[in-house]
Design a protein around this ligand. Structure first.
Ligand SMILES: Cc1cc2nc3c(=O)[nH]c(=O)nc-3n(C[C@H](O)[C@H](O)[C@H](O)COP(=O)(O)OP(=O)(O)OC[C@H]3O[C@@H](n4cnc5c(N)ncnc54)[C@H](O)[C@@H]3O)c2cc1C
Length: 565
């Protein structure tokens, strides 16, 4: 269904069962759950889908080793179960990730861990080998019944330095265990949304659509045209993450403050020495201040993060200078001989963790679990179900929980579950990817490498992204073809360059932008949208400003350094 049909449908049929506000991963998850049960559901997202926290994660699909020391055992068990489901249901985007923890002490953290369990301190301390061993043993125990990946192992100093020669020589041991990572979380959200709308005529979704109160009801405002569309829902789901309190205010829900979000920033760096030093592992380490930081190979570059800072306005976050310094300084602690220079940073990103309100002075100790709360109907507003907290990893179980509460309220029963439901291009995913690529390449006249790239980008949906089997036309300075971009523009609700470069593809995050590519894609988008030359020029400058302000990318410098490389 295209945008104008969805909008016309809302004009004709404003009475709906459920209005989901927020198109991050959790809003999309509850939307999919309700759509599958045949519920008349509308999702409205004020920006693009998965453009808030759901684009800012560390890209780990994990149990959360460090949540064990907060006593969040239920959350870790549930996260590991969901991680393993994602490895099966979205194998095109979620893959195992060997993770190594460098250890600099043996006993440290033991006493601190014990007093923390007794509630006597919230202060983080250096985690020693015994504490890490206990955590990893628990991790292995939680996954014992369905072992998909190897159990943990410890290495002594000599073996660690042999495998990672650049690691801080003060190291005593290292521990390696398996978690997972997601290559394209924004695409996975979009594929779930497309699955839902394709399977249920009653499920409609709109990006660039902000929900607010009109005084005597609710309206969805199309932020591209300014048109306000009145809607009457039996139930509202507030899935706006870090914006939950602001949304409750905007719709007139009389709710107490529920959120206390913290900002986290990441850098993507292009440094071959660092990339090689990782040996294909994530390094999950403790900075000198006790905060956990991560670095891991991401699409040929290295992802490093993150920070944890309280913020009030989720719309204004970006990676600031002092955060960049903090992240690079933390790297110097674990790989002291490797220097990363500012011009090797190809992308910066930031987002707000939707954490529940908490007085805790150590942000790392705020619970990462999720729960839902009803705000009862008042005046024109129906009951509002607020989705609070949560991790990306647990989006399915959180969406299912919210859907069950919504169904109960509406007097409906669940008919389908999503535990074993493949997502988008994860359907019919081959067990032998090499054989699949060879046969796909032969069938479509492509090289096997190109078939492999398409499989990684779109899973088994790759066939929809190639329209000219013989002789694909590649875009300038890019390994994306014109037909891939055309398919994305026509089928994936793209409204601007940022949707395409930041979320439908990994071009920006992996440092692949150039003026020529931006211009080529802008031409395609302009033709599709019927923009005038003036509108196209405005779009171009809006995108370049966004890149500079929010992601620290100055294409001019970027292009110059690429030419010098
Ligand atoms: C720095 C950082 C690192 C993280 N790392 C990990 C990790 O490695 N692994 C993991 O599992 N989790 C991680 N998380 C947590 C995870 O990203 C979030 O829990 C998850 O993405 C939250 O999704 P959401 O849908 O609740 O919120 P969001 O993705 O923020 O979505 C909320 C949406 O609501 C929209 N909205 C707001 N107001 C309105 C309105 N009035 N009308 C319409 N729409 C509105 C916003 O535009 C936004 O898109 C991390 C989070 C951060 C910030």
């Amino acid at each position: 269904m295209n945008r104008s049909h969805t909008i016309a449908g809302l004009r004709d049929r404003p009475n709906i069962a459920v209005l989901v506000i927020g198109g991050g991963i959790n809003g999309i998850s509850v939307f999919r759950e309700l759509a599958l049960q045949g519920v008349d559901v509308v999702l409205a997202e004020k920006g693009d889908y998965c453009s808030g926290a759901s684009a800012a994660l560390s890209r780990m699909v994990h149990g959360g080793l460090r949540y064990l020391e907060n006593g969040e055992f239920k959350l870790v068990r549930e996260s590991l179960l969901e991680r393993d489901r994602l490895l099966r249901n979205a194998p095109h985007y979620v893959a195992p990730l060997p993770t190594t923890v460098p250890i600099f002490d043996i006993f440290s953290g033991l006493a601190n861990g014990a007093v923390r369990f007794l509630g006597l301190t919230r202060r983080p301390s250096r985690r020693g080998a015994l504490v890490i061993k206990a955590g990893l043993a628990m991790y292995d125990l939680f996954t014992a019944a369905r072992r998909l990946m190897p159990t943990h192992r410890f290495r002594g100093r000599a073996e660690t330095l042999k495998k990672w020669p650049a690691i801080n020589p003060a190291i005593r041991n290292s521990a390696t265990y398996y978690d997972a990572w997601v290559s394209r979380p924004e695409r996975l959200g979009l594929e779930m949304l497309l699955d839902a709308t394709a399977s249920a005529a009653n499920a409609r979704a709109l990006n660039y659509a902000q929900v607010s109160s009109t005084g005597d009801g609710l309206a969805i405002t199309d932020t591209l045209t300014g048109e306000a569309l009145p809607v009457r829902a039996q139930l509202v789901v507030n899935a706006t993450g870090g914006w939950i309190d602001l949304t409750n205010m905007a719709i007139g829900a009389a709710a107490p403050g529920m959120m206390g979000g913290t900002k986290g920033s990441h850098l993507i760096v292009d440094n071959d020495e660092l990339f090689d030093a990782l040996g294909g592992h994530m390094v999950y380490y403790e900075n000198e201040d006790g905060r956990i930081c991560i670095l891991f190979p991401y699409l040929g570059k290295v992802l490093i993060g993150s920070t944890d800072i309280r913020v009030d306005d989720p719309d204004q976050v970006r990676c600031e200078e002092d955060e960049q310094r903090y992240i690079l300084q933390s790297l110097a602690f674990v790989f002291p001989s490797i220097k990363v220079t500012d011009d090797q940073i190809v992308f910066r990103f930031s987002g707000v963790r939707p954490l529940p309100a908490s007085e805790d002075s150590f942000t790392g100790r705020i619970p990462r679990d999720h729960f839902c709360e009803f705000v009862e109907p008042a005046g024109h507003l129906p009951a509002t179900l607020c989705m609070i907290g949560g991790k990306w990893t647990t989006f399915r179980s959180f969406g299912a929980l919210a859907a069950d509460m919504a169904l109960k309220r509406l007097g409906l029963v669940r008919s389908k579950g999503t535990q074993d439901m493949a997502i988008g291009g994860g359907r019919d995913f081959p067990t032998d990817a090499q054989a699949w690529c060879a046969s796909f390449a032969a069938e479509h006249g492509l090289s096997v490498e190109r078939a492999g790239a398409l499989l990684q980008r779109y899973g088994t949906s790759a066939r929809y992204f190639i329209s000219h089997p013989a002789g694909e036309q590649m875009l300038p300075h890019s390994d994306y073809s014109a037909s891939e971009i055309r398919h994305i523009i026509e089928r994936e609700q793209v409204e601007c360059l940022a949707d395409l470069f930041l979320r439908r593809t990994t071009i920006a995050i992996s440092g692949g932008l150039s003026f020529d590519l931006v211009n080529a894609v802008l031409d395609m988008l302009t033709t599709h949208k019927g923009w005038s030359a003036g509108e196209a020029a405005t779009e171009r400058s809006t995108f370049l400003t966004l890149l500079a302000d929010r992601h620290g990318i100055d294409l001019q410098t970027h292009q110059r350094s690429a030419l010098c490389a």
